[in-house]
Design a protein around this ligand. Sequence first.
Ligand code: ZN
Ligand code: ZN
Length: 341
Amino acid sequence: MDAVAALNEIAFWLERELAPTFKIQAFRRAAVAIEGLSRDALLSRASDGRLKKMKGIGSRSFEVITQTLEGGVPEYLADLRERSSTPLADSGSGLRAALRGDLHCHSSWSDGGSPVELMVDAARSLGHEYLAMTDHSPNLTVANGLSADRLSSQLELVERINDDGGGGGRFRLLRGIEVDILEDGTLDQSPAILGQLEIVVSSVHSKLRADRRTMTQRMLGGIHDPHTNILGHCTGRLVQGGRGQRPPSDFDAERVFAACADQNVAVEINSRPERQDPPDELIQLALDAGCLFSIDSDAHAPGQLDFLQYGAQRADQNGVPAERIITTWPLDRLLEWASGK
Ligand SMILES: [Zn+2]
Ligand SMILES: [Zn+2]
């Protein structure tokens, strides 16, 4: 087994089970440290002690690398594979199987933990047909949101990855953004840039405690922008996890979902375990309003792309028909829908 692949796979499984970041990064860093070293180079460094002293190599990653050099699957990885053989969610597997891709994720260009290329590798290994790269917009400075220039550079990278075959097969990386809906209801990126994108997820990330009228107007502004395809994590609530809890924002959900249905904006079912957004009762309201849905991972690391299982479980429990979920559609149909606003 290839040592870099083993280290990255370990990180993938750890991300999937929400292990602490420092633990995951130790493996990701080790993978970067030995990238480009041939098997022979690794063998000689392992035998004369240089490998152990290399920057980015800890005792656990050293053990993993040496075990791959001995020709086997490292014990640590074998244990993780064993532990991860049970699905994350205990229902919704039928719907999960119907999902073809993911329209919301982040890379290290904004506040994600890994380069775009590793997100692509993981998406492909999960069998995705596509992944939209949706890093944050400039207003979200805490998340290192992308300026117009940086987004333009990222779009060139997306094109290069697709030109290289996205790692082979029919996989496609889509040009996207998670753009802030600003306080005045406008989107935090120029129409010229938004017009170049295939998927625009519009989300509120600030002043989440605004009064009902203010929040409703703000969201309606975002939904009516002709570029918006998906309304991201609509309530902003947090139900568990390291960032603590946060109540849902207060807004007129009937008006918001009526506008989504009218404007052809899909309501996101955000799969992150700490978000579980929208809550069940709002999924029901959105269903009644005739909305479409998008089950997205909002992954900030490769292993989190597998969170789609949680979103599929919630959609299934709420009786959302597969046909109403845009991420079950063939990519051609999805892109036609997204560009037809
Ligand atoms: Zn967000
Ligand atoms: Zn996001």
